[in-house]
Design a protein around this ligand. Structure first.
Ligand SMILES: C[S@@+](CC[C@H](N)C(=O)[O-])C[C@H]1O[C@@H](n2cnc3c(N)ncnc32)[C@H](O)[C@@H]1O
Length: 234
Protein backbone atom coordinates (compact mmCIF):
# COMPACT_ATOMS: atom_id res chain seq x y z
CA UNK A 1 0.00 0.00 0.00
CA UNK A 2 2.99 2.28 0.33
CA UNK A 3 4.19 4.29 -2.65
CA UNK A 4 4.14 7.85 -3.81
CA UNK A 5 0.75 7.55 -5.51
CA UNK A 6 -0.90 4.79 -3.46
CA UNK A 7 -4.55 5.31 -2.54
CA UNK A 8 -3.54 5.98 1.06
CA UNK A 9 -0.94 8.59 0.11
CA UNK A 10 -3.27 10.37 -2.30
CA UNK A 11 -6.17 10.31 0.18
CA UNK A 12 -3.89 11.81 2.83
CA UNK A 13 -2.82 14.63 0.50
CA UNK A 14 -6.35 15.40 -0.71
CA UNK A 15 -7.83 15.20 2.79
CA UNK A 16 -5.83 18.17 4.02
CA UNK A 17 -6.82 20.52 1.18
CA UNK A 18 -8.94 23.32 2.67
CA UNK A 19 -11.91 22.55 0.41
CA UNK A 20 -11.76 18.87 1.46
CA UNK A 21 -11.75 19.84 5.14
CA UNK A 22 -14.78 22.08 4.51
CA UNK A 23 -16.54 19.37 2.51
CA UNK A 24 -16.16 16.84 5.33
CA UNK A 25 -17.33 19.43 7.86
CA UNK A 26 -20.42 20.06 5.72
CA UNK A 27 -21.11 16.31 5.54
CA UNK A 28 -21.10 16.14 9.34
CA UNK A 29 -23.35 19.20 9.61
CA UNK A 30 -25.88 17.62 7.24
CA UNK A 31 -26.12 14.60 9.56
CA UNK A 32 -27.64 16.86 12.22
CA UNK A 33 -26.86 16.89 15.93
CA UNK A 34 -24.19 14.24 16.47
CA UNK A 35 -23.86 14.36 20.24
CA UNK A 36 -24.24 10.88 21.65
CA UNK A 37 -25.39 9.53 18.28
CA UNK A 38 -24.08 6.37 16.64
CA UNK A 39 -22.70 7.07 13.17
CA UNK A 40 -21.36 4.54 10.70
CA UNK A 41 -18.81 5.62 8.11
CA UNK A 42 -19.00 2.97 5.38
CA UNK A 43 -15.80 2.55 3.36
CA UNK A 44 -13.99 4.59 6.00
CA UNK A 45 -10.50 4.10 4.52
CA UNK A 46 -7.83 5.25 6.97
CA UNK A 47 -10.46 6.59 9.36
CA UNK A 48 -10.09 10.36 9.48
CA UNK A 49 -13.85 10.97 9.37
CA UNK A 50 -14.39 8.51 12.22
CA UNK A 51 -11.96 10.48 14.37
CA UNK A 52 -13.57 13.77 13.40
CA UNK A 53 -17.09 12.48 14.07
CA UNK A 54 -15.93 11.37 17.53
CA UNK A 55 -14.63 14.92 18.09
CA UNK A 56 -18.20 16.07 17.35
CA UNK A 57 -19.44 13.88 20.21
CA UNK A 58 -20.64 10.93 18.14
CA UNK A 59 -19.99 7.24 18.72
CA UNK A 60 -18.44 6.69 15.33
CA UNK A 61 -17.90 3.29 13.72
CA UNK A 62 -15.72 2.85 10.65
CA UNK A 63 -16.25 -0.10 8.31
CA UNK A 64 -14.03 -0.93 5.34
CA UNK A 65 -13.62 -4.01 3.19
CA UNK A 66 -9.84 -3.66 3.00
CA UNK A 67 -8.08 -5.08 6.10
CA UNK A 68 -5.02 -2.92 5.31
CA UNK A 69 -7.16 0.24 5.49
CA UNK A 70 -8.65 -0.88 8.81
CA UNK A 71 -5.16 -1.64 10.13
CA UNK A 72 -4.03 1.87 9.10
CA UNK A 73 -7.12 3.41 10.69
CA UNK A 74 -6.58 1.54 13.99
CA UNK A 75 -2.95 2.60 14.05
CA UNK A 76 -3.77 6.26 13.40
CA UNK A 77 -6.81 6.53 15.63
CA UNK A 78 -6.39 3.96 18.46
CA UNK A 79 -9.49 5.24 20.23
CA UNK A 80 -11.69 4.70 17.17
CA UNK A 81 -13.98 1.73 16.50
CA UNK A 82 -13.14 0.04 13.20
CA UNK A 83 -14.33 -3.17 11.58
CA UNK A 84 -13.44 -5.01 8.40
CA UNK A 85 -16.77 -5.36 6.61
CA UNK A 86 -18.73 -4.86 3.42
CA UNK A 87 -20.82 -1.73 2.81
CA UNK A 88 -23.35 -4.06 1.18
CA UNK A 89 -23.55 -6.24 4.29
CA UNK A 90 -22.68 -4.07 7.26
CA UNK A 91 -21.71 -5.82 10.50
CA UNK A 92 -24.45 -3.88 12.31
CA UNK A 93 -27.89 -4.68 13.68
CA UNK A 94 -31.01 -3.45 11.90
CA UNK A 95 -32.03 0.09 13.00
CA UNK A 96 -28.96 0.34 15.23
CA UNK A 97 -27.44 3.65 14.07
CA UNK A 98 -28.64 7.25 13.85
CA UNK A 99 -26.48 8.36 10.95
CA UNK A 100 -24.78 6.85 7.92
CA UNK A 101 -22.02 8.28 5.78
CA UNK A 102 -20.22 7.02 2.67
CA UNK A 103 -17.47 9.24 1.26
CA UNK A 104 -15.92 8.38 -2.14
CA UNK A 105 -17.05 4.75 -1.85
CA UNK A 106 -20.08 3.93 -4.00
CA UNK A 107 -18.18 4.22 -7.31
CA UNK A 108 -16.20 1.13 -6.28
CA UNK A 109 -19.35 -1.01 -6.02
CA UNK A 110 -20.97 -3.04 -8.80
CA UNK A 111 -24.38 -2.47 -7.27
CA UNK A 112 -24.41 0.76 -5.22
CA UNK A 113 -28.16 0.36 -4.65
CA UNK A 114 -27.33 -2.57 -2.37
CA UNK A 115 -25.18 -0.34 -0.18
CA UNK A 116 -27.92 2.30 -0.01
CA UNK A 117 -30.50 -0.36 0.91
CA UNK A 118 -28.07 -1.53 3.59
CA UNK A 119 -27.77 2.04 4.87
CA UNK A 120 -31.53 2.14 5.22
CA UNK A 121 -31.57 -1.20 7.04
CA UNK A 122 -29.09 -0.14 9.71
CA UNK A 123 -30.57 3.33 10.23
CA UNK A 124 -33.10 3.81 12.99
CA UNK A 125 -36.34 5.52 11.87
CA UNK A 126 -35.66 9.20 11.25
CA UNK A 127 -31.93 8.60 10.86
CA UNK A 128 -29.91 10.53 8.33
CA UNK A 129 -27.62 9.45 5.52
CA UNK A 130 -25.01 11.41 3.59
CA UNK A 131 -23.38 10.22 0.38
CA UNK A 132 -20.50 12.17 -1.09
CA UNK A 133 -17.96 11.79 -3.84
CA UNK A 134 -16.93 12.72 -7.34
CA UNK A 135 -18.38 11.82 -10.71
CA UNK A 136 -15.51 10.16 -12.58
CA UNK A 137 -16.60 11.47 -16.00
CA UNK A 138 -16.34 15.04 -14.77
CA UNK A 139 -12.71 15.91 -14.16
CA UNK A 140 -11.71 19.36 -15.43
CA UNK A 141 -8.02 19.27 -16.33
CA UNK A 142 -6.10 22.01 -18.13
CA UNK A 143 -3.86 20.31 -20.70
CA UNK A 144 -2.16 21.06 -24.01
CA UNK A 145 -3.73 17.76 -25.16
CA UNK A 146 -7.46 18.13 -24.50
CA UNK A 147 -8.50 15.19 -26.66
CA UNK A 148 -6.03 12.83 -25.02
CA UNK A 149 -7.16 14.19 -21.66
CA UNK A 150 -10.79 13.40 -22.47
CA UNK A 151 -9.81 9.89 -23.59
CA UNK A 152 -7.76 9.22 -20.45
CA UNK A 153 -10.48 10.51 -18.11
CA UNK A 154 -13.10 8.39 -19.85
CA UNK A 155 -10.83 5.32 -19.86
CA UNK A 156 -10.40 5.65 -16.11
CA UNK A 157 -14.13 6.10 -15.65
CA UNK A 158 -14.79 3.01 -17.76
CA UNK A 159 -12.45 0.99 -15.53
CA UNK A 160 -14.57 1.65 -12.44
CA UNK A 161 -17.65 -0.36 -11.47
CA UNK A 162 -19.92 2.70 -11.01
CA UNK A 163 -18.12 5.80 -12.33
CA UNK A 164 -21.20 8.04 -12.56
CA UNK A 165 -22.83 7.05 -9.28
CA UNK A 166 -22.42 10.52 -7.76
CA UNK A 167 -24.95 12.00 -10.19
CA UNK A 168 -27.30 9.19 -9.07
CA UNK A 169 -26.95 9.65 -5.29
CA UNK A 170 -30.24 11.52 -5.02
CA UNK A 171 -32.16 8.96 -7.08
CA UNK A 172 -30.57 6.03 -5.27
CA UNK A 173 -31.62 7.47 -1.93
CA UNK A 174 -35.16 8.14 -3.14
CA UNK A 175 -35.41 4.65 -4.68
CA UNK A 176 -34.35 3.13 -1.34
CA UNK A 177 -37.13 5.01 0.47
CA UNK A 178 -35.19 7.94 1.86
CA UNK A 179 -36.99 11.29 1.88
CA UNK A 180 -36.22 15.02 1.72
CA UNK A 181 -32.91 14.79 -0.15
CA UNK A 182 -30.68 17.84 -0.02
CA UNK A 183 -28.18 18.11 -2.90
CA UNK A 184 -25.02 20.18 -2.79
CA UNK A 185 -22.02 20.38 -5.09
CA UNK A 186 -18.66 21.78 -4.04
CA UNK A 187 -15.70 21.90 -6.35
CA UNK A 188 -12.32 20.61 -5.32
CA UNK A 189 -9.66 22.71 -7.01
CA UNK A 190 -6.04 21.56 -7.20
CA UNK A 191 -3.33 24.02 -8.18
CA UNK A 192 -0.31 22.31 -6.66
CA UNK A 193 1.52 18.96 -6.57
CA UNK A 194 -1.47 17.31 -4.91
CA UNK A 195 -3.06 17.22 -8.36
CA UNK A 196 -0.27 14.94 -9.60
CA UNK A 197 -1.20 12.23 -7.10
CA UNK A 198 -4.75 12.29 -8.36
CA UNK A 199 -3.67 12.30 -12.02
CA UNK A 200 -1.35 9.34 -11.45
CA UNK A 201 -4.38 7.42 -10.23
CA UNK A 202 -6.19 8.29 -13.45
CA UNK A 203 -3.48 7.21 -15.88
CA UNK A 204 0.09 5.98 -16.21
CA UNK A 205 0.55 7.54 -19.67
CA UNK A 206 4.02 9.00 -19.25
CA UNK A 207 4.11 11.84 -21.80
CA UNK A 208 0.77 13.19 -20.66
CA UNK A 209 1.85 13.00 -17.01
CA UNK A 210 5.16 14.68 -17.90
CA UNK A 211 3.27 17.71 -19.21
CA UNK A 212 1.28 17.86 -15.98
CA UNK A 213 4.45 17.51 -13.89
CA UNK A 214 5.98 20.41 -15.80
CA UNK A 215 2.81 22.43 -15.18
CA UNK A 216 3.11 21.67 -11.46
CA UNK A 217 6.78 22.69 -11.49
CA UNK A 218 5.95 26.01 -13.17
CA UNK A 219 2.81 26.64 -11.09
CA UNK A 220 0.45 26.08 -14.03
CA UNK A 221 -1.40 22.91 -13.00
CA UNK A 222 -5.16 23.20 -12.79
CA UNK A 223 -7.53 20.37 -11.93
CA UNK A 224 -11.11 20.87 -10.73
CA UNK A 225 -13.44 18.13 -9.52
CA UNK A 226 -17.08 18.70 -8.61
CA UNK A 227 -17.84 16.84 -5.37
CA UNK A 228 -21.49 15.82 -5.02
CA UNK A 229 -23.03 15.59 -1.59
CA UNK A 230 -26.56 14.36 -0.93
CA UNK A 231 -28.15 14.06 2.50
CA UNK A 232 -31.53 12.47 3.15
CA UNK A 233 -33.82 11.26 5.88
CA UNK A 234 -34.17 7.52 6.54
C1 LIG B 1 -11.46 6.17 -2.19
S1 LIG B 1 -11.48 5.33 -0.67
C2 LIG B 1 -12.31 6.49 0.40
C3 LIG B 1 -11.98 6.28 1.85
C4 LIG B 1 -12.63 7.28 2.81
N1 LIG B 1 -14.07 7.20 2.80
C5 LIG B 1 -12.20 8.69 2.51
O1 LIG B 1 -13.02 9.51 2.15
O2 LIG B 1 -11.00 8.97 2.67
C6 LIG B 1 -12.68 4.05 -0.89
C7 LIG B 1 -12.70 3.06 0.25
O3 LIG B 1 -13.81 2.19 0.08
C8 LIG B 1 -13.41 0.89 0.49
N2 LIG B 1 -14.34 -0.09 -0.09
C9 LIG B 1 -14.40 -0.51 -1.37
N3 LIG B 1 -15.41 -1.40 -1.51
C10 LIG B 1 -15.98 -1.54 -0.29
C11 LIG B 1 -17.07 -2.32 0.21
N4 LIG B 1 -17.77 -3.14 -0.58
N5 LIG B 1 -17.37 -2.20 1.51
C12 LIG B 1 -16.68 -1.39 2.33
N6 LIG B 1 -15.64 -0.64 1.91
C13 LIG B 1 -15.30 -0.71 0.62
C14 LIG B 1 -11.98 0.79 0.01
O4 LIG B 1 -11.26 -0.22 0.69
C15 LIG B 1 -11.46 2.20 0.32
O5 LIG B 1 -10.91 2.28 1.60
Amino acid sequence: MAGMYSLLTVLDAVDTQPWAVALRARSYELLGDLTGRTVVDAGCGPGRAVAELAEHGARAIGVDLDPAMIAAARKRWPAGEFHVGDACELPLETESVSCYRADKVLHTLDDPARAVAEARRVLAPGGRAVLLGQDWDTFVIDSDEPEITRRLVHAKADSLPSPRVARRYRNLLLDAGFTDPVVEVRTGVFTDDTALGLLHRITDEESWLAEQAERARTNRIFVAVPMFLVAAQG
